[in-house]
Write a protein that binds this ligand. Structure first.
Ligand code: HEM
Length: 184
């Protein structure tokens, strides 16, 4: 019998689209946290000068990927692998909340500053004359960085939980996002 790659999720494992989105976002998050760490720990180094200018663009990309991911999970909601327990459901809820709120606050502050913003060579915000929109910049200043570091802690917890499951013999948790994708 011929095996083929499953695009949709099933109760047993995530399909190719969910996995692609998950691992693309993981890579983009690794990149954005490297850019932030280099900016604050190695200010003005060659690494900082290379990575920091990509921070906003990768942040926008993450926002786009998240919106596609939310739509895809909605379309697949009746056939996704179930959460292991309440803690996992809550943890995933917090991760999604952070993944939305952080780039949203970054973009809100960018808009409120009145400065133009383009990403990947495309204009995203044209900017405006006159005073900045104070409540937008204040919200971004107060919460973007704080929530950004909080999300990093949650991501470390998420990875630690998967490792713990593997140690306890529940390797299927990792395999449903990273194992074989073919259906027979
Ligand atoms: C999921 C996406 C994002 C993550 C995880 C993230 C994370 C972070 C973190 C952790 C900081 C350090 C804050 C500090 O220690 O003070 C930071 C700073 C910054 N981010 Fe982001 N960011 C994201 C998206 C964006 C976007 C979309 C923009 C703007 C379009 C943006 C603009 C900035 C700016 C200007 C700073 C420096 C000012 C500050 O300290 O707040 N970020 N970001």
């Amino acid at each position: 019998m011929q095996s083929r790659i499953e695009m949709n999720d099933t109760k047993a494992r995530y399909g190719a689209v969910s996995r692609g989105l998950h691992w693309a976002m993981a890579l983009a998050f690794a990149w954005i946290y490297c850019s932030t760490a280099a900016h604050y720990l190695l200010e003005d180094s060659a690494l900082d000068k290379f990575l920091w200018p990509t921070h906003k663009q990768v942040g926008l990309l993450l926002m786009g990927l998240l919106l596609v991911r939310l739509l895809w999970s909605l379309l697949n909601r009746h056939r996704r692998p179930p959460s292991l327990n309440l803690a996992a459901r809550l943890g995933h809820g917090l991760l999604y909340t952070g993944m939305f709120a952080i780039p949203f606050l970054g973009l809100l502050r960018q808009y409120g500053s009145g400065r133009a913003f383009s990403a990947f060579g495309l204009p995203v915000m044209s900017g405006f004359e006159g005073p900045k929109i104070q409540w937008m910049t204040d919200l971004g200043n107060s919460f973007h960085g704080l929530l950004g570091w909080t999300l990093l802690v949650l991501i470390v917890g998420h990875v630690a939980a998967v490792i713990l499951h593997c140690i306890k013999g529940q390797g299927h948790i990792l395999r449903r996002m990273a194992g074989s994708m073919t259906s027979d």
